[in-house]
Design a protein. Sequence first.
Length: 283
Amino acid sequence: MRILPFVLSGAVLAAIAAPLKAQQVAMTDDDAARMHALHQHDAPVPSGAVQPPRAEVVSDTVTYGTADGKPLVGFRSRPKNARKDAPGIVVVHEWWGLNDNIRAATERLAGEGYVALAVDLYGGKVGTTPDSAMALMRVASANVEGNRANLSAAIDYLRAQGAKKVGTIGWCFGGRWSLQAGLVGGPRVQAVVMFYGQPITDPTVLQQLQAPLLGLFGSQDTGIPVDSVKAMAAALDKLGRTETMLFFDAGHGFANPSGKNYNAAAAEAGWRRSTEFLAHYLK
């Protein structure tokens, strides 16, 4: 098990003791209430900290599949003059939805040399307040099989576009579903990154994961106890999977430059470790 503390303030990371609950694939009412509490003073407003891509990219809106007879519409960004076999990344939005912040993150990933596809698990809707975001998240979280089919379609789309290797990344609500993309993708996925998503500790669920996993969490995140992350890491180790868990001296949502919980030092360190991880397994 590789549990690596990133104590950016110089303080020593203390383990957060908390009883573990059974982790289910579906989000519970307690999960939703906890997420709402973490974001109750937050808002998806620009902070001026959004980073542009390092290289020129081109972006468009694409239909990457269908579900229940309806098109799945996402946001795609890729390097200008990208190779036909450029690796792909499935990008999963936070609980706010596929908004401008996620589009900017998708373009930043494209600037690293990937064909990045931001999926939409909210059906074109976005949250602008904690209440509206929670309502959207509740509806989406209840549609477990629909979301898994959505993510599977995104993986297939990127592979059909020429990607020989595919990774996934997501934040918050999207961190949970980035892990799900790795589970449903099986051998079609080569790398999974989850930022402060709810851990899964059930080995019968985790055994579906074949790709290496990088988890990035805040030691001050009261919604995701460190013990639950350690339990997931231990379960993955027992299954013989490759995992690395990093803890930053920050709270929930530290990597969102459009939110009020943004922590620049933790966000940039997390981005650097994520891009190093993705490059190692996808390039």
